[in-house]
Design a protein around this ligand. Structure first.
Ligand code: ISL
Length: 527
């Protein structure tokens, strides 16, 4: 049962290659670094990895500005390295998810360069949203980019003749594709086939709720692309037309044996994101309504309940994740310091126990806090456009206690990591946590192992419906299989429900779970 539906029965580990392991001492992680340290990932017991982009890119948005969708950036290695990585993963029983970026590309993509060169009216310009400006040198409409500032830039800022503008929902280095053109559909079919043929087991789809814009690109009464964390501008994203793309991709994925898996980065409210997991669309979408929460019991219950509608209406299991490379690390988000550390630990256990798929972001199993990267060393385009910097969740992993080789991130002792690590980084290292039986790393491994056992015995089912309630100071998720996930979110210890305690994130005494902790209890006949 585990293998067949690995993406939801098992746990997927997100690898951010730039910051995972550096095999050649240039301070940037690479595919060979991932290959060398796959045994570490396999030992977590996870069923697969998702690799964020490693395709050729100028790196304006750390690889989310893709210049060539079917290659490997020399910074990360070669296509042969990818082949070896996929083969090694499969030997170890790990599946591999690519990151596909269909909403936008890079200004260095050959088709965009052609569009620039061939000028107004050319066929190449139709592949993007390229429009004449308005009077007084104003952009074609009033939309703002997700990263801040106008969503439009001039194609040729210096030219008096070519006064057209191109749309970019993200940075100016990331022009949006025009999905009204059939050529784009064909191009992405080929991209998916390229990686699926090479052994990729599926794809995470970047900004999957993007792609299409309201016809005619009208001015918007509310100008930002994202109104708040989960509500996007209805003219800019979440257009009905996008669902036809996923129906097509699902058919394409199912031409393969085993069928390839699609997971959507759909940053919308549960009811809207659920529509992307219809049986003939994507297999899963991340539960962002949950990922964006702080330590707020009422909102956890509310988010949990809202995802139950996704099961009922679309037959899809929610996909829990509390961290990724865009979000503030949970230790910090949940309060920082030792309190934040305890809560982040509880968060890992809760995520793995709620019925649904589960993703962990590299370093989450170590309890890494957000790093305050000094301003002059920040690299995030969002920061440069006036937003918050996401660099603090992207600092290269600490593998060893001592500082050499950027705390063991690099094989080369003198390597300087692309983002600076704080001097206390080694305290969180994998080596340090391997020495301690109650480290978060040890707990994560144990929880993943227990989850596998529960899957095998039918006591964990990602599709089981669940009841979400506040019981006193505890947030309790009781799943149809008899597994209760209890999170003590108040100030006091809570009495655990009757049953067999399987694992807890802090010491349970007399069946009482301390504050800021989580536990799994098998209740009813299942116990
Ligand atoms: O569009 C949003 C909400 O409706 C955003 O939250 C959006 O989902 C998010 O910014 C997308 O992130 C992904 O694409 C970006 C990239 O910078 C991120 O790292 C990536 O995860 C652009 O490719």
């Amino acid at each position: 049962a585990l293998d067949e539906k690995w993406w939801e029965t098992g746990v997927v580990y997100q690898v951010y290659p730039r910051s995972f392991a550096d095999s050649n001492g240039d301070g940037v992680g690479d595919l060979r670094g991932v290959i060398e340290r796959l045994p570490y990932i396999a030992a977590l017991g996870v069923s697969g990895i998702w690799l964020t982009p490693f395709q050729p890119s100028p790196g304006v948005d750390q690889g989310y500005d893709v210049q060539d969708y079917c290659g490997v950036d020399p910074l990360f290695g070669t296509l042969e390295d990818f082949d070896e990585l996929a083969a090694r993963c499969h030997e170890l029983g790990l599946r591999v998810l690519m990151d596909i970026v269909p909403n936008h590309t890079s200004t260095e993509h050959p088709l965009f360069k052609q569009a620039v060169a061939e000028g107004p009216g050319s066929a190449a310009r139709r592949l993007f949203h390229i429009e004449p400006g308005r009077e007084n040198g104003q952009p074609p409409n009033n939309w703002l980019s997700v990263f801040g500032g106008p969503a439009w830039s001039r194609i040729a800022p210096e030219s008096a003749v070519d006064t057209e503008w191109y749309l970019h929902l993200f940075s100016p280095g990331q022009p949006d594709w025009n999905w009204d053109e059939p050529e784009i559909w064909d191009m992405f079919d080929d991209v998916l086939r390229f990686w699926f043929d090479r052994g990729a087991d599926g794809a995470r789809i970047d900004v999957a709720h993007g792609l299409f814009k309201a016809p005619g690109l009208p001015d918007s009464p509310s100008v930002p692309a994202v109104i708040d964390g989960l509500r996007s501008n209805p003219l800019v994203m979440d257009q009905e037309a996008v669902h036809e793309v996923y129906r097509r991709w699902r058919r394409l994925a199912e031409e393969y044996q085993p069928p390839r898996v699609l997971v959507g980065e759909v940053n919308l409210e549960p009811e809207r994101s659920a529509r992307y997991t219809r049986p003939d669309e994507m297999h899963q979408t991340f539960a962002f309504a949950f990922a964006r929460l702080g330590w707020e019991p009422e909102r956890w219950v509310d988010a949990g309940r809202r995802f139950e509608s996704m099961r009922r209406e679309h037959g899809a299991a929610p996909t829990w994740a509390l961290e990724n490379h865009d979000l503030v690390r949970t230790v910090t988000r949940f309060g920082g310091g030792t309190v934040g550390a305890r809560r982040a630990r509880a968060g890992v256990l809760a995520t793995l126990g709620f019925p649904g798929g589960a993703y962990l972001y590299q370093g989450q199993e170590l309890g890494l806090p957000e790093v305050d990267v000094p301003e002059h060393q920040r690299r995030d385009p969002m920061w440069f456009r006036g937003g918050v910097s996401r660099d603090g969740a992207r600092v290269p992993l600490p593998w060893s206690v001592g500082g050499d080789g950027a705390h063991g991130f690099a094989d080369d002792a003198g390597a300087v990591p692309w983002l600076p690590q704080p001097e206390w980084w080694g305290r969180y290292s994998i080596d340090a946590q391997e020495q301690s039986a109650d480290s978060l790393l040890a707990m994560t491994r144990q929880a993943v192992r227990i989850r596998r056992e529960l899957v095998a015995s039918g006591q964990f089912d990602p599709h089981a419906g669940a009841d979400w309630n506040l019981e006193g100071e505890a947030m309790v998720c009781r799943s149809g299989t008899g597994l209760a996930v209890v999170v003590a979110m108040g100030e006091h210890a809570v009495e655990l429900p009757e049953g067999r305690l399987l694992i807890a994130s802090a010491e349970v005494k007399e069946h009482r779970l301390p504050a800021d902790a989580a536990a799994w209890v098998l209740t009813g006949p299942a116990a």
